[in-house]
Structures are given as C-alpha cells and as structure tokens.
Design a protein around this ligand. Structure first.
Ligand code: GLN
Length: 320
C-alpha cells in the first residue's frame, strides 16, 4: 500500500473537519428511535442520546465530532481481532476447520443453524457461536494466558497500552450468558471447542468487555485500512492475507443480518458491537471509530449507521 509523504491533512479531511459537527447533530436525532442494549444489564447504563466519531489518516491527522470521549466496551467488534490472532496462531486450515465463511441471515446470537446445517460448525467467526469457537483457538495454556495475549494484541494494534477490561461489564455478561453458555456446550459436543467450556467462555467474555474509545477503534481500523501495516509507524502488525480475510467477513457479516443493506448504503468494511460501537475504514485512507449506544432492531447503532450513510454518500466512499 502506497503511503503519501505529504503529512498535511488532505482537502477531504479538512472538509470532514468542517462538516462533521452538522452531520453528527443531524444523525443524533435518530437516537430516540433506538434502544440501548439491556440483555447484558450493565450495558443499559450507557447514554442513549450520545453519538461520537473519530477519523484518523495515515499521518495521524484526525477529524472528530460529538461524544468521542465516551468509553464503551468493544463487544462484537473484538471478534475481528480475535479472528486475526487465531489466524496468526493457527493458520487458515485449522481456523476454517472450526468455523465457516458464510453469512447466516440470522441474529448474531442464534444457534439455529448449528443443528440444521452439517457439519455443525458456526457459519462464520463474527456471530457469537463462531467467535466462541475462535476464542478456544487462541494460543495459551490457560484461559488467563489466552486473555493476556489477546489484550496485548489489542493494545499493540490500538497503540494504547492502557487498554483494559471493563470488569463490571465482564461480570454482568458472565452472569447473564445462558444463551452463549448453551451455544458453547453445543459446540463442545459437536467437537468444535477445545478445552473446558468455562475457560473458553471466560476468554470470550473478557475480549467482549475490553473498554475503548472512538480513537482506539480508529487506530485499530487504520491498521486494517492499510492491509496490516500501521501507516503511522510503518510497522507490519498483521499479515496482509489475514487482514484481507477479516475485511471480507466485515463486508459480508460485520453488521449482523443488516450487512447487505449496509453494503448497499455505505459500502465499507465495518463491524458493530452491542455497546453501540462501529469500527470501519476507507481502505488506503482512514481508520474510523464511532459510538452511539442506541441500537436499531438489528443490533447496530442507529445514529452511527445514519452518520456513515451520510458521510459515504457525501464523499462517495462506497467501494462498490
Ligand atoms: N458480548 C456480546 C454477546 O455475546 C457480543 C454481542 C454483540 O456485540 N453483538 O452477546
């Protein structure tokens, strides 16, 4: 990927700096039509009217607007990065022996197809069942070692050594996880999970509860936008092939069962989480992190999706 030597903000970034406040204000009006997630009780404390965004380019120039100082747990956004770590640890053959490559069209926490479609492996690594399978593939002798390695990887990609767990969310998720637990036992019985179910779930709950801000998501997205190399330091952090796999899953499955509509309306690889975060990118140009805790019925930030639709249309960002 060619990185320009001109370190000044581009015209487009200057346009973004000028127009983001008005676009964020318009999208914020959507918040009242959404709902903050409450099936993990601790998440219900998030401010439903908030919306913030942080955009970073290859030289570290930024454009921000709204409530971009809000911190929130990564939730399903973390699944993109545990997939990358599992690929680094095991290679493609081992990983895709345990999870498929196809969208489901079902909710992120559905286990319907596990029994319906043989060989009974999760359809993809971004639904809950798939991400739980991926957690069991992360290298480490104990759950603690796997989680330590995961957190270290997330810190390296975000360039933020103080990235850490929100323990209140972690405990809340572990307590109210009957569906994820039943899925994990089912996967264990199908021969998909290695190790003890409780240990695998602990790794999964921990990575979902890593706390971040929009700027952390933007820095992590920037590495994906530049095919695995952090353009600011020039360091290769993830092999290009694995980033290509992750970005493809983001396009086909990253916004749950709204991924098709998002591809049409926005046209960028993206991953959302139930705490209201969205990580996306304009490949070769920007990493983008945003948060808006009020969700639409498909589980994506209602105002966040609206804001991305506006930006992509105004700036002609769709890849398609
Ligand atoms: N931790 C959440 C869960 O397992 C992640 C789901 C999400 O962000 N969609 O339900």
């Amino acid at each position: 990927m060619r990185i320009s030597n001109d370190t000044n903000p581009s015209n487009e970034l200057n346009i973004l700096r000028g127009r983001l406040p008005e676009w964020v204000a318009a999208s914020k009006l959507q918040c009242k039509g959404g709902k903050v997630a409450s099936y993990i009780p601790e998440l219900s404390k998030a401010p439903g009217g908030a919306l913030g965004i942080h955009i970073v380019d290859a030289h570290g120039n930024t454009a921000t607007a709204g409530d971009c100082g809000l911190s929130f747990t990564m939730q399903s956004i973390s699944k993109v990065f545990t997939l990358l770590l599992a690929l680094i640890d095991n290679g493609e053959d081992v990983v895709f022996d345990k999870v498929g490559m196809e969208p489901t069209g079902d909710n992120f926490n559905s286990m319907l197809k596990l029994e319906l479609v043989q060989p009974g492996i999760p359809f993809n690594p971004l639904i809950n069942a798939g991400a739980i399978a991926i957690s069991s593939l992360i290298a480490g002798d104990t759950a603690e070692e796997k989680s330590d390695r995961t957190l270290a990887f997330f810190r390296k990609l975000s360039r933020n050594d103080s990235l850490n767990y929100d323990l209140a969310v972690y405990e809340s998720e572990a307590e109210f996880a009957d569906l994820n637990r039943s899925m994990a036992y089912f996967l264990k019985d199908n021969g998909v999970l290695k190790g003890k179910v409780d240990d695998v779930l602990d790794v999964y709950f921990r990575h979902c509860s890593i706390n971040a801000t929009c700027s952390d998501l933007a820095r992590m997205a920037l590495v994906l936008a530049f095919d695995g190399t952090d353009p600011i330091s020039g360091t290769e952090l993830v092999p290009r092939r694995y980033v290509q796999i992750a970005k493809t899953f983001m396009v086909t499955c990253g916004m749950y069962n709204a991924s098709g509509e998002f591809a049409i309306e926005v046209g960028l690889p993206a991953k959302s989480g139930v705490a209201g975060g969205i990580l996306t990118m304009v490949p070769g140009r920007y990493g983008i992190g945003l948060v808006g805790p009020a969700l639409n019925p498909k589980g994506n930030s209602i105002a966040g999706v609206h804001l991305l639709e506006t930006m992509s249309k105004e700036l002609d960002w769709s890849l398609f």
